[in-house]
Structures are given as structure tokens and as C-alpha cells.
Design a protein around this ligand. Structure first.
Ligand SMILES: [Mg+2]
Length: 235
């Protein structure tokens, strides 16, 4: 029997990647006098990934990568108004309303009568906490964890900290790399719910998911029925 269901937050419970998608469009428009949008976005992706070990995840890190990319695109002659325009994008992203995905609220309320619900989100602590408190669904969770990276070791640490057996735990998320693979690696169950936009960094190579056992649902609203069916097989 499952006792704890853990949810990823960004693009599992609420919109996130669409903010970045829009921001990248605006950023490319700012630099359109110098380079084509595809080139700019490619360079930005490259800088974001190489900066992850230094800055970690989140909008502020993304902003530093946008500034770095802009400086490269204009060959070091970046002007103050370009930096201001980039900072405007960042501020809009940081103050954006939290938009819950379809089915989120109803599914959490439904499951919370039978399970303890946990939120496991990775990213910048300040940004993630702001979204959690503005989401209107914080009360659905018994446990909330904001982590810098979702690795098998980090999940094990969370389970040990809260005295949860891995076979009583199920993780739900939209990222194969962060929500599914590390859970399966520690012998846990995971349910993958893909989202329309996924940052390429969160998509594993084909051979990384070969033979990995997890279930996939189309949307969160299918989870209560999935859980009922799963519990019947575990009886
Ligand atoms: Mg996510």
C-alpha cells in the first residue's frame, strides 16, 4: 500500500516552462538586430547549462545567463538599455501569478483523504517558496521539500528524514530526469505526466530510459483512478 504521494511542482501542478518559453521569445526580439532568434536561443541554452553548477536553477540564474548571452551576441558592446530590458523580463517572470494546471486542485483534494501528500520541488529557495505560498494549494501538503537537485541520494535523504519506506512512496512529475529516473534508481515507483514544453536539459538520452519501469498518464486528473487500480494490485 502506498502511504505518501510526492509531487513535483513546476509543470506538474502549475505552469513554469511556458514562462521561460515566453521570456526566450522576448529575449530573442531584443537581440534581433544582431542575430537570428534560433542562434540566440541556442547560445542561451548552452550558457544556461554550463552555468548550472555555478548558479543552480531558477529565474535569477536564467537572467545572468541572458546577460552573458547578450554580451556575447553584441560582441562585448552591451548597452545599459539592453540590460534594463533583460531585467524587465526577469522581474515579470519573478512576479508572475502562479497558474495551476488543469485538474491540480481537485486531484490533490481527492487524494489527500487517503494519502499524505508531499511536494518535492527543485530550484531557487526564494522563488519556489514564493510560488508555493501563492499557489493556494499549500494546505494540501503535509510535507514540502525544496532541493537544489533531484538525485537518487537526495530522494533517499528525504525518505529517511521523514521515515518513509520506499515501497510506500510514489513520485509524480513531468521530468524523466528529475522525477522518474532517480526514484526508480532507489527502487521506488514513479508516474510520469509529460507537459507540452520541456526544457531539453530535463530530457534524458534514449539509452538512459531503456528498461526503466514507470507508468505514464496523460494528465493529473487520471491519478486517483490510477491509484485505486494500483492499490488493488498491491493488496
Ligand atoms: Mg517539473
Amino acid at each position: 500500500m502506498i502511504e505518501v504521494i510526492a509531487f513535483d511542482a513546476d509543470d506538474t501542478l502549475w505552469e513554469n516552462e511556458s514562462l521561460y518559453h515566453r521570456a526566450k521569445g522576448e529575449f530573442a526580439r531584443i537581440l534581433s538586430p544582431y542575430r537570428e532568434a534560433d542562434w540566440v536561443n541556442c547560445k542561451l541554452d548552452e550558457n544556461e547549462v554550463s552555468n548550472l553548477p555555478v548558479y543552480g536553477y531558477g529565474i535569477k540564474s536564467f537572467t545572468l545567463s541572458m546577460i552573458e548571452t547578450a554580451a556575447e551576441v553584441v560582441d562585448g558592446k552591451i548597452e545599459a538599455h539592453t540590460i534594463s530590458a533583460i531585467l524587465e523580463i526577469a522581474k515579470r517572470m519573478l512576479s508572475a501569478e502562479v497558474e495551476l494546471l488543469d485538474h491540480t486542485e481537485q486531484t490533490l483534494l481527492q487524494l489527500s483523504s487517503d494519502y499524505d501528500l508531499m511536494l518535492v520541488t527543485k530550484g531557487d529557495l526564494f522563488e519556489q517558496q514564493r510560488k508555493i505560498s501563492r499557489s493556494g494549494i499549500e494546505h494540501c501538503f503535509q510535507l514540502i521539500e525544496v532541493v537544489a537537485e533531484k538525485t537518487p541520494a537526495k530522494y533517499l535523504e528525504i525518505l529517511m528524514k521523514h521515515h518513509i519506506e520506499v515501497d510506500r512512496f510514489l513520485m509524480v512529475g513531468n521530468s524523466l530526469r528529475s522525477d522518474i529516473l532517480p526514484i526508480v534508481a532507489i527502487g521506488g515507483r514513479a508516474v510520469y505526466i509529460p507537459y507540452e514544453h520541456t526544457w531539453f536539459h530535463e530530457v534524458p538520452e534514449k539509452d538512459e530510459i531503456e528498461g526503466v519501469e514507470y507508468d505514464e498518464l496523460e494528465h493529473l486528473g487520471q491519478l486517483p483512478e490510477y491509484m485505486a487500480a494500483l492499490e488493488r494490485t498491491l493488496d
